[in-house]
Design a protein around this ligand. Structure first.
Ligand SMILES: Nc1nc2c(c(=O)[nH]1)N[C@H]1C(S)=C(S)[C@@H](COP(=O)(O)OP(=O)(O)OC[C@H]3O[C@@H](n4cnc5c(N)ncnc54)[C@H](O)[C@@H]3O)O[C@H]1N2
Ligand code: MOO
Length: 416
């Protein structure tokens, strides 16, 4: 019986409290390396890059047509100019233009210095070397000016940007062939549990295939991470401790799955308390409650719950932002949107839940989400069907048809 003297257990950390503890604990790596631009996609820039040149480098044409001087255009009426040569992209016109003359020009070709305007070829009439310009010929049109995109010496990209395809395009256009980026993180992971077997073994009663290492391998597939699979460790306290301590000597981050809860063979928390520093254990989320975070020596440790769906959810919600911070990235948040829920969702108050859902968008642009099915932390088929999490606040006690819910898509593309 519970009476007034029974000590109440401490409330679990909220996900935001846990994220804040991680944010305060993690020191971003400082080392960097120079890499060729064609391997820099997704890497984190370590220093500002200043443009060595103006972009455009030369004043050039935005259209195929004719380059002319605006002074040659009369106040009224059509006019004609004599075409005396061609400026090709890569092979500029070399002569000197006189009054009343123009040149044939192609997109990207340098404008002769005497000209300041380009008319599209569709808008002129050609009569031998005489080019007839209409009255509406615009002056100063279709000209790309030196430095209008980027001025020489200005900052092209500032750290700690994670380099995108557009960044790589910009750097290439400025002739930047290599960049200084943060070094990659080394992350090791292993599964724990006597019940686990590798996929090349037959199953026997009581055994299951180890899927978590495949999940983690996929989740760690990032150019900023060098991931090492350390295999399966059985439920042997000493072996687990030795494996953890050894891994923490060689990797920036060690991740385990399983053995994080309160069972007799759940040793992760005890080992972390004895051999390292435990920052927190257990958070008020579902799936993923018994997550442990701390340090072993100077290295970071995440003990994820064994349940396969909990591994995915805790990695995405907790470990991924921590790895981004450690890698030196600027903070970012997953995209969340509001959708109308078209199924009933069961939920008990107490933990923030990440339920698996299927998000769609109709032709009006409105979002709808339906549960992808059973929500047990062991049920991978409904995770595979899902394309989003339905994020339900801890106080929520269920969702009715037609209620608005917050949804976090797994990707920016919504499949069929
Ligand atoms: N009395 C309590 N029991 C449990 C609690 C609790 O608070 N009190 N929490 C439950 C929750 S929530 C979770 S989540 C799990 C987490 O347990 P562990 O981290 O100790 O994980 P295990 O017990 O080792 O495994 C749980 C489950 O997952 C399967 N598993 C483990 N590793 C793998 C793997 N590599 N690949 C595939 N499947 C794996 C394992 O066989 C179990 O079925 O604890 C609850 N219990
Ligand atoms: O937190 Mo557990 O992951 O609910 O099953």
């Amino acid at each position: 019986m519970i009476d007034a003297c029974t000590p109440k257990s401490k409330p679990l950390l909220t996900i935001n409290e846990a994220l804040e503890k991680i944010r305060l604990a993690i020191q971003p790596i400082t080392q960097s390396e120079t890499v060729p631009l064609n391997t820099a996609l997704g890497r984190i820039l370590a220093e500002p890059i200043y443009s060595p040149i103006n972009l455009p480098f030369d004043r050039n044409s935005a259209m195929d047509g004719y380059a002319f001087a605006s002074n040659d255009k009369p106040e009224q009426g059509t006019f004609f100019l004599e075409c005396v040569g061609t400026s090709w992209a890569g092979k500029p016109f070399v002569g000197q233009l006189q009054i009343g003359q123009c040149v044939r020009i192609f997109t990207g070709a340098v404008l002769p210095p005497e000209t300041d305007s380009v008319i599209m070829q569709e808008n002129v009439q050609i009569d031998g070397n005489r080019i007839v310009f209409p009255e509406e010929s615009a002056i100063h049109d279709n000209v790309r000016h030196v430095g209008e995109d980027v001025q020489q010496g200005s900052c092209l990209i500032a750290p700690p940007k994670k380099l995108t395809v557009s960044d790589i395009s910009l750097l290439a256009s400025a002739g930047v062939a290599q960049v200084l980026v943060k070094r990659t993180l080394t992350v090791a992971f292993f599964s724990t549990g006597d019940e686990l077997v590798t996929l090349d073994q037959p199953l026997s009663t009581g055994k299951i295939y180890d899927s978590n290492r495949y999940t983690l391998q996929g989740l760690l597939a990032d150019v900023n991470i060098s991931a090492t699979d350390l295999g399966i460790i059985p439920d042997d306290k000493q072996l687990l401790e030795d494996s953890l301590v050894a891994a923490a000597k060689n990797f920036d981050v060690v991740i385990t799955t399983g053995g994080a809860s309160v069972g007799e063979a759940d040793y992760v928390k005890e080992i972390l308390e004895r051999c390292g520093e435990m920052n927190f254990w257990k958070i008020a989320i579902k799936p993923g409650k018994p997550l442990a975070f701390g340090k072993i020596g100077t290295r970071y440790f995440f003990g994820l719950p064994g349940n396969p769906v909990s591994v995915m959810a805790t990695f995405q919600q907790i470990v991924a932002p921590a790895l981004r911070q450690l890698a030196g990235e600027s903070p970012s948040k997953a995209l969340r949107i509001t959708a109308t829920c078209t199924s009933l969702l069961k939920k008990a108050a107490g933990r923030q839940e990440f339920q698996r859902g299927i998000l769609t968008q109709d032709d009006n642009g409105d979002f709808f989400v339906v549960s992808s099915g059973a929500q047990g932390s062991n049920i991978l088929s409904t995770l595979s069907k899902a394309n989003c999490y339905i994020v339900l606040p801890s106080a929520c006690t269920g969702v009715k048809l037609g209620d608005k819910v917050i949804v976090e898509p797994f990707s920016l593309l919504l499949g069929e």
